[in-house]
Design a protein. Structure first.
Length: 103
């Protein structure tokens, strides 16, 4: 998967999506991704395979298991991923789950 494919899949399933941060306030639910780090395959001082660790934040106001299943079963269907526990962001009054995967 590429970042462009992640964007396309997210938007096709009806999520508001951004790489980085939204420039304006966006209602929930939405997805935002950022590159966390790289884990490139290197040898002889050369990168042979680029691998980027991505964090995808799913932010929502109301728990909706169907929405979360769309992310896990459709958007991230062909890659290995891990996720965090649900976290309540009290200053924004929203919930957030973060998914971590490599592209």
């Amino acid at each position: 998967m590429t970042l462009e494919e992640l964007k396309t899949r997210s938007e096709e399933l009806g999520f508001k999506y951004v790489y980085g941060e939204f420039k304006e306030t966006v209602d929930t639910p939405h997805l935002a991704s950022v590159a966390v780090t790289t884990d490139n395959f290197m040898a002889d001082n050369k990168v042979y395979k680029k691998r980027t660790q991505i964090k995808l934040d799913y932010t929502y106001s109301d728990k909706d298991e169907k929405e979360q299943n769309k992310i896990e079963d459709e958007i991230l269907s062909d890659i290995a991923w891990n996720k965090t526990d649900e976290t309540y962001l009290s200053d924004e009054k929203v919930w957030q789950v973060s998914y971590f995967f490599e592209i």
